[in-house]
Design a protein around this ligand. Structure first.
Ligand code: ADP
Ligand code: ASP
Ligand code: MG
Length: 814
């Protein structure tokens, strides 16, 4: 004998019901089969909504009813084309009864729990009728038995308690005498000892199947649903979740108690008592192995077996000095709750006994407060305790596993992963059995928390990075292309799943919560929404994704001003924009502080030397205990280009013009030639070396003439360069006569920094610097005689993009 249960989705359409029948056909070739069926997917909710409207005297209940009627007739006619009249008539009669009940509810303006059970029972009564007829129409032998005649309960409507003795007897007796190959039982519904219609609680068809399986002591119970087993986390919220091959009864029970809806929690008890294995299978994918749930099972690989969540929790706190050391407070508290049938999902008590904190389902919070405050009226009036405090909009996430107690550091890892992603934990509970560690968090953070924990405990090998890029111009385009090209390599080799979630240039912005498809990203961006800096921030924040990284590839002060907002949301910032780090020391320092406080990396390697690993090297030197004594560097690609090409056969004006035309200078070349850009770079290196310094503190002796510096427009400036050609030629000749070349040098020595044009002698490392190359020499305590030198291309879209890329990967490797 096999007992199979098919849930709402499995019987949600004619197509799926045919799949169910295929499965039953296969099974019935080997032995007798009992199939417990749910109402057609969504019908229970529809019945309740319809009854609710009727009770409000809202006429829409009639259209709600017609909708329910259509659903059933449509499925019937699809399953049995040219449905014989007697079958249609029978369905119509049942629906007429439902309509009469609804009219009654409308008339008396009331929907009691008792009537509600009568109302929802139609769901399973109708589905089991249709399914049985469909099976018969496929020339298979099947009979429907109303499980209300078998499963007997008390009168606790909407969630009745089963009388196992009577029910088991009924079931055994019935199946001893039946010869049917396939028996269809409606799930969920039952009758009280007084003959009233009752139900076993929402999701209760699983329970019906377990009761039948236990009564008949079958070899195995199968629950067929719309997913391939019990997953490591709710697959609708965690994409990377996967089915767990094997679980113990306890683990399955904890997972379902803490929200894994795939199994109704009371289901386990009857089969556990008889050690009947339970298998969860997928009706839509019968070949998938599913999940096996049996007695003790020890996984030798993972101690955390699953993660679950319960939404809509309220946290209640009973607090007061009058509680300390006085026994009986908890007893009274929980007795009061039990007397009012309020389910407590979560308890923690501080060891000071000054407060007890517990979680209940949100809809019961007000009732809980009222009854507890009433019970403690005297103590409250004496100010020994405070009235109950309610916190709403909370949820629970829980790690579950039998074997967690044998592994250290699980809670540490759990809370550090949550903390790193800015998920605030309001309360924590860990059962003494250590099969469960639960945390109460804000409801809005549930998805992020589940994904964070799933990544920490189940995807140890892959880390997902969610990147939001603003400023997709020349460099940005290169970055997106590099990411596109490297995506597979990163996943396979570095176990980093890098996704671009948001992209923006100055005109448009575009987002995709699952990662933008990079094949046609330009098109997507072009057709995106109008760009806005605040809009971009708000959207990035709203996604609330773990490991979010904001990448700034603009040179815009307004964007730099937003870094603090990103960091405060624990969103990492990667920038090639120098403005923030070369702003006031306070601004720089504040960003560093926020980065530490919110566990959000702030990386800006490309501020100095584009893709060259200058800042990272400097940080590593300092982190390993070295001290910077001096930095000497050529940090401007544009000035290098200018002085490498200027000589006694060229004109200074022409060389600058060429540099501008070839894209080595800013549109306004004065920014480069005045040395401000280089000053900003050495300022950043000085600050990273541990010095408090402002831009004004940097000595900047300009090689330009007063005339050049005072020019009003770029055009004027170029004219003054022509006028002052002699001045530049003089600089060149003097250097040449001294056997030197001109280089624009930045220096940092004993806490002081300067920038300026220098004559570099032949034996100096700067002498042979080519093209747009940069060079940085670090003299430190350890590199005292020979400096550590970093040299290479210090400008260009490709190398700058790869520097940004390296910062992103650095976060991934964290
Ligand atoms: P049925 O109608 O078959 O009884 P349910 O809707 O009651 O199905 O349960 C299946 C659903 O449970 C899945 O579609 C999934 O959304 C949800 N679910 C929540 N947590 C889990 C989990 N850990 N594993 C599998 N499914 C889960
Ligand atoms: N139809 C009922 C419900 O939706 C019972 C079940 O499907 O298990 O809750
Ligand atoms: Mg269910």
């Amino acid at each position: 004998m096999n007992v199979l249960k098919f849930g709402g989705t499995s019987v949600g359409s004619a197509k799926n019901i045919n799949k169910v029948i295929d499965i039953l056909e296969q099974y019935s070739k080997k032995s007798k089969v009992i199939a417990v069926v749910s109402a057609i997917g969504g019908v229970t909710d529809k019945l309740l909504a319809c009854g609710y409207n009727a009770q409000l005297k809202d006429n829409t209940y009639i259209s709600d009813f017609n909708n329910i009627k259509d659903i059933h007739f449509n499925i019937l006619s699809e399953l049995i084309p040219n449905t014989p009249q007697d079958i249609s008539d029978k369905l119509q009669t049942k629906l007429n009864n439902l309509k009469s009940l609804l009219d009654g509810i409308y008339l008396i303006n009331e929907l009691s729990p008792k009537t509600s059970d009568k109302l929802v029972s139609f769901g399973e009564l109708l589905s089991s009728f249709i399914i049985t007829e469909a099976i018969k129409s496929r020339q298979l032998k099947a009979k429907r038995k109303n499980s209300q005649e078998l499963i007997i309960t008390n009168s606790n409507f909407t969630k009745a308690e089963v009388n196992y003795n009577i029910s088991y007897n009924n079931i055994q007796l019935y199946f001893k005498n039946t010869k049917e190959t396939i028996t269809i039982l409606p799930g969920f519904i039952s009758k009280s000892t007084l003959g009233e219609i009752t139900t076993l609680g929402r999701g209760g068809s699983d329970f019906t199947a377990a009761i039948v399986a236990a009564a008949l002591d079958v070899e195995q119970l199968e629950i067929w649903t719309d997913v391939s087993g019990m997953y490591t986390a709710n697959p609708k919220l965690v994409k990377q979740a996967y089915p767990i091959a094997h679980l113990s009864y306890q683990e399955a029970m904890e997972l379902s108690h803490f929200g894994a809806k795939v199994l109704y929690p009371p289901t386990i008890q009857p089969i556990l008592d008889k050690s009947i294995p339970l298998v969860i299978k997928n009706t839509l994918k019968p070949e998938a192995k599913g999940t096996q749930i049996t007695k003790a099972y020890t996984s030798n690989t993972l101690s955390v077996r699953g993660i679950s969540n319960v939404d809509n929790i309220a946290l209640l706190t009973l607090e007061g000095s009058g509680m300390v050391g006085i026994p009986g407070f908890s007893k009274r508290l929980f007795e009061t709750l039990a007397n009012h049938k309020i389910n407590v999902v979560f308890i923690t008590q501080a060891s000071s006994e000054h407060s007890i904190c517990f979680g209940v389902n949100a809809f019961e919070a007000e009732l809980a407060k009222t009854v507890i405050d009433a019970n403690f009226t005297y103590e409250i009036s004496q100010h020994k305790i405070n009235p109950i405090l309610i916190e709403n909009d909370l949820a629970i996430v829980a790690l579950i596993g039998d074997n967690m107690k044998n592994h250290q550091g699980i809670s540490g890892k759990m809370f550090s992963a949550l903390g790193k992603n800015n998920i605030n934990v309001r309360a924590i509970a860990q059962g003494a059995s250590e099969k469960n560690i639960s945390a109460v968090i804000a409801k809005k953070d549930v998805k992020k928390a589940l994904n964070t924990l799933h990544e920490a405990f189940f995807e140890i090998k892959t880390k997902q990075l969610n990147v939001f890029i603003t400023g997709v111009g020349n460099v940005g385009e290169r970055l997106v292309e590099q990411i596109k090209q490297q995506k597979k390599y990163l996943k396979d080799t570095l176990k980093i799943n890098l996704r671009i979630i948001g992209l923006s240039n100055s005109r448009t912005m575009v987002f995709d919560t699952d990662g933008l498809p990079l094949k046609n990203w330009k098109m997507l961006l072009k057709n995106g929404d109008p760009a806005s800096l605040d809009g971009f921030f708000n959207q990035t924040k709203a996604f609330n994704k773990r490991n979010s990284i904001f990448v700034d590839i603009t040179a815009n002060k307004d964007v730099a001003n937003l870094y603090s907002k990103y960091l405060k949301e624990s969103i990492a910032v990667v920038a090639c924009n120098k403005i923030a780090c070369s702003d006031t020391f306070n601004t720089y320092n504040e960003l560093k502080y926020l980065s530490r406080k919110y566990n959000a990396p702030f990386l800006f390697e490309t501020n100095v030397g584009a893709g060259l690993p200058v800042i990272d090297t400097l940080n590593n030197l300092i982190a390993s205990g070295d001290k910077i004594t001096s930095i000497q560097a050529v940090l401007s690609g544009s000035l290098n280009f200018v002085f490498n090409n200027f000589n006694d056969t060229t004109k200074f004006h022409d060389v600058v013009k060429q540099a501008q035309q070839e894209g080595y200078t800013e549109p306004d070349p004065r920014i480069d030639l005045s040395g401000v850009d280089v000053a900003r770079k050495i300022l950043i290196l000085a600050r990273e070396s541990g010095t408090t310094m402002e831009l004004e503190d940097i000595a900047n002796t300009s090689f330009l003439t007063k005339n050049n510096l005072e020019s009003n427009t770029v055009e004027d400036f170029y004219n003054t360069l022509i006028d002052d050609e002699a001045h530049f030629q003089k600089l060149f000749t003097q250097a040449k006569d001294n056997g030197c070349k001109l280089k624009y040098v930045a220096e940092f020595n004993n806490g002081k920094a300067s920038v300026g044009l220098k004559e570099i002698p032949q034996n100096h490392p700067f002498y042979n610097l080519e093209g747009k190359d940069n060079i940085v020499m670090f003299y430190t305590q350890r590199y005292a005689e020979q400096p550590m030198i970093i040299k290479g291309a210090g400008a260009g879209a490709d190398v700058t993009a790869s520097g940004l890329f390296a910062d992103i990967i650095r976060i991934g490797n964290d």
